[in-house]
Design a protein around this ligand. Structure first.
Ligand code: NAD
Length: 428
């Protein structure tokens, strides 16, 4: 998202440069991996319900496909920028590599606010996005998925348009499809649950468990809601969530003593993860404008909204009690904040490991689609747990043995796998 003075792509490159130095990568490999392989910028004219035409800006970046077809979501957001999409596509490459699935990194976006678009207008926008890029994506090239403010219905409209263009059925073109239409059971839960599987392992390493912890969460959308659900099932308490809406912009909702009740809060949450103030107060929650989710006196912080939320300024507000940051969002922590977090000894489950459950389940969706045989939800979630736990343990073992910060250890594993694939293919 466009935030003054913050460029997510520069941040992604800075993180990459640190690990490239650690790995002593040669110059051609650095040059190859510092930028997306390909990127597309296009206009999408959309006929609005009142008969007028609005032109939206769309993007797709394919960062690297040495380990398999590119894979990554499509965001709808009013402040979407090409540099955000570039950064996210790069992080997707590392994410697929750290959980060791045979996919590369891609990302897409449209500069729009779906709050202002009717369902028919959203459908035309989805179809227009596909028409603009259909020649350059596809099951064996680049496979899109949902992301911020896009959902399974958007994916189905996109699939339908792609199949209309090519005149055949291509369920592997896109993931995050509705269940019953080629989607996988468990995909909705996958990112939030995957995050909590890694959090459970982090706590285990510290000799602790979820039931003794209190957590504050930024965001109350897909990732946050399912993370909160599983924390609740593991006996943990979440006292604070935060969200964005058109009136207050950012706000946080909390109940310190008993913690929030997820099911109750969901009854007053809109489909974009915004919480209604009056209804929250009627249920005896405090709901205040601002970003003080980060200032809560808790054991665990879960940023699960957007990038650049824990930065040089906000990191100072983190209370001494905080022992773990499990990153649900992509790029929530800047390198400046990371330095402070390292210094303070806070354990970080880094974004591209913690939130890899979504793409892992998208990969399961592809596998099931290719077999044309769909697994029960329990099987999907068990396989997800296995994959996330194995990835976490590999990273934490490397971190311990080489005395690396968790983020650096995750980068070392992911970047080496991708660099080796580029080398093995003879690209560098
Ligand atoms: P979502 O659209 O379902 O929810 C986003 C939530 O964040 C909403 O509650 C919104 O109100 C809140 N929000 C937005 N801006 C905010 C701000 N400035 N302050 C506080 N709250 C704010 O999105 P999601 O799918 O839950 O994704 C959240 C993050 O996780 C994104 O960074 C996304 O890229 C990342 N992610 C998502 C998935 C997935 O499968 N959904 C997978 C990997 C990573």
């Amino acid at each position: 998202m466009a935030v003054k003075g913050f460029n997510p792509f520069e941040m992604a490159q800075k993180q990459f440069d640190t690990v490239a130095d650690l790995l002593e990568l040669d110059q051609p490999t650095r040059d190859l991996l510092r930028q997306p392989l390909r990127e597309y910028h296009f206009n999408i004219p959309v006929r609005m319900d009142d008969g007028s035409v609005r032109v939206f800006r769309g993007f797709r970046c394919q960062h690297n496909d040495a380990r398999g077809p590119c894979k990554g979501g499509i965001r709808f957001h009013p402040q979407e920028t090409i540099d955000t999409v570039r950064a996210l596509s790069m992080w997707m490459t590392w994410k697929c590599a750290v959980v060791d699935i045979p996919l590369g990194g891609g990302k897409g976006g449209v500069v729009c606010d779906p709050h202002d678009l009717s369902p028919r207008e959203q459908e035309r926008l989805c179809r227009g996005w596909v028409r603009a890029i259909a020649q350059d994506v596809g099951p064996l090239r680049d496979v899109p998925a949902p992301d911020v403010m896009t959902n399974p219905q958007h994916m189905l409209w996109m699939l339908d348009e792609f199949e209309a263009i090519y005149g055949a059925k291509y369920p592997g073109f896109i993931t995050g499809k509705p269940v019953g239409m080629g989607g996988s059971l468990g995909r909705t839960e996958a990112t939030g649950y995957g995050l909590v599987f890694t959090l459970r392992e982090a706590l285990r390493e510290m000799g602790n468990q979820c039931e003794n912890t209190v957590t504050a969460v930024q965001g109350f959308g897909n990732v946050a809601q399912y993370a909160i659900k599983l924390i609740g099932r593991f006996g943990g308490k979440v006292t604070c969530v935060s969200c964005w809406d058109q009136v207050d912009r950012t706000s946080y909702t909390y109940r310190k003593k008993t913690g929030i009740n997820l099911d109750e809060l969901l009854t007053i949450t809109d489909r974009f993860g915004g919480i209604d103030k009056a209804k929250a107060e009627a249920l005896e929650y405090e709901r205040l404008p601002g970003d003080a989710w980060i200032e809560q006196d808790v054991d665990i912080l879960i940023p699960a909204a957007l990038e650049n939320q824990i930065n040089a300024e906000t990191v100072k507000k983190i209370k001494p009690r905080v022992k773990i940051i499990a990153e649900g969002a992509n790029g929530p922590t800047t390198p400046e904040a990371d330095a402070v977090i390292k210094e303070r000894g806070i354990f970080v489950v880094p974004d591209f490991l913690a939130n890899a459950g979504g793409v892992t389940c998208s990969y399961f969706e592809q596998v099931q689609g290719n077999q044309n045989y769909f697994w029960p939800k329990e099987e999907v979630l068990n396989k997800l747990d296995e994959k996330m736990t194995a990835a976490f343990l590999a990273v934490s073992e490397l971190a311990r043995s080489k005395k690396l910060f968790m983020r650096d250890a995750a980068y070392v594993i992911a970047v080496s796998r991708v660099a080796n694939a580029c080398r093995d293919r003879g690209w560098v």
